[in-house]
Design a protein around this ligand. Structure first.
Ligand code: MN
Length: 200
């Protein structure tokens, strides 16, 4: 079974004005689609066919750069679409809120740490909120299409929230102003989805 591009769970324009429709269309239909196509090309006819994406990422050092970049790209974007929503924003509730407060002291301190991780990731990459095995949460970032599911990358937990800080994610609307894009992201975070992933 080849890897497949997941549908966006909302229309291209539904995250406006925070992320514009054209950026979403190009990002999903071209960038993410290319990661899926290239991942399938890199795994076709190899013993990776039939393996789950998580299984591949957990052992990524055994595989080629093409598998790493495109497998990471497919995983990262599949997560990214789901943690945004036109009805997002605000703050998390319940167990996730408690875990954030326990680790960072307050939601605002967490917000500051995550935003700093996103803003200071040099070049292309991602900022993450991860769940560790003990239930603690941690913030980290990673270069390119790497993610903390890969051995030795970031904080080593399971990503439950991710922000794409590649220029292709924001350049049409924000140009070089990455901090403005990061600030806008807080208005569209789908905390219900993040909490669901925290609970898994
Ligand atoms: Mn991207």
């Amino acid at each position: 079974m080849a890897f497949e591009l997941p549908s966006l769970p909302y229309s291209f324009g539904s995250l406006e004005p925070h992320i514009d429709a054209l950026t979403m269309e190009i990002h999903h239909d071209r960038h993410h689609n290319a990661y899926v196509t290239n991942l399938n090309n890199a795994t076709a006819g190899t013993d990776l066919e039939g393996k789950s994406l998580i299984e591949i990422l957990n052992n990524i050092d055994d595989y080629s750069a093409a598998v790493r970049n495109n497998g990471g790209g497919h995983y990262n974007h599949s997560l990214f679409w789901t943690v945004m929503s036109s009805s997002g924003g605000g703050e998390p509730e319940g167990d996730l809120a408690q875990a954030i407060n326990a680790r960072f002291g307050s939601f605002d301190k967490f917000k500051n740490e995550f935003s700093t991780a996103a803003a200071t990731r040099f070049g292309s990459g991602w900022a993450w909120l991860c769940k560790k095995n003990d239930g603690e949460v941690e913030v980290c970032s990673s270069p390119n299409q790497d993610n903390p599911v890969m051995p030795g990358v970031g904080c080593g937990g399971t990503p439950i929230l991710g922000l794409d800080v590649w220029e292709h994610a924001y350049y049409l609307n924000y140009q070089n102003k990455r901090p403005d894009y990061i600030a806008a992201f807080w208005n569209i975070i789908n905390w219900e989805e993040v909490a669901k992933r925290y609970a898994e």
